[in-house]
Design a binder for this molecule. Sequence first.
Ligand code: 13P
Length: 279
Amino acid sequence: MYVNFRNMLKEAYSSHQAIGSFNWYNFETLAGIADAAEKLQSPVIVSFGAKYLSNMSLETAVALTKAVAKEHSVPICLHLDHCSDKLTVLKAIDLGFGSVMYDGSKLSFDENVMNTKDICDIAHDSNVTVEAELGSLAASESSHEGSADDKEIYTSAEDAAKFIRYTGVDALAVSIGTVHGMYKGTPNIRTDILAGINEAAGIPLVLHGGSGTPEDKLIECINCGISKINVNTEISEYVISRTREYLETEHPHYSVLSLKQREWTQEVVEKYIRLFENN
Ligand code: 13P
C-alpha cells in the first residue's frame, strides 16, 4: 500500500518506536525491502537518495514504488533522501513522494532555515512531510553518500529548538556520533546529547548512519526520541558479499541472480525491522 509519511511518523513518535528507512537503488533492493516489511507486517520507508538519480529518475522511482507497493499490503512510503537541490525536492513533492529530506546542513543556519521553510510551506500544502538536518555526520570509506572531508558536528539542542520553530519542519535529522558507512573503531554515540535535543525539539528525530551501529545503542536512541532510522551501507555490503560468494560456485542466469539479490536484501532489512520493533 503506497502511503504518505505523516501518520506513520506520528504513530512511531507517540509509541516510542522507530520506523526503518532503507535505501534502495534498483528493483531488487526496493522489492526486497517491501518483502521484509510484508513478512513482518510492518510499515516501512523506502528511501531513494538524490545520490542515485543516475540509477533512476524520480519519475521511475515513483512509478516503480507504486507498482511494488500495490503488491504488498503493508504501508510503504517513498522518501527522498539527502537532497540539497531545492528544485529536485520540489519535483519529488510534485511527483508524489510521501516524504522529502531537504539537506541544507552544509549551509549557514540562516540559509538552512530559509530554504527549509520554503520547502515546508510547499510540501505541507500537498500533505508531504519534510525532514531537515542540523549538524553534520562524518563518513567512513565504506559510505557511498558522504565524503572523506565530511566533519562530525554535533547538533545543538538550542539550535534545534529554534530551527523547528522557524521552519515548521516535521522531522529533524541529528548528529550525535553515528557515521555514514561502517565504523572504523568503537562508535561513540552521544545519547546524552540526543536526550537534550529530544527535550528541546518536541518533534520526531531521525538517525542517519544506522549501518553497523551497535544494537543496544540503536535501542537507546529510540528511547531518546529517534523515530526513523536510516540504513544504506549494510544493505549494499551484505548483498555484494552474498553475490560474490554465490558467484564463486554458481554460474546463474542473471534473472536468477536478481531473485537472490531480492532475498538477500530482505534478510538484512528484516534484521533491522525486528530490532526496531522489539525495542
Ligand atoms: P549508512 O550508510 O551508514 O547506513 O547511513 C545511511 C543513511 O544515513 C542514509 O541517509
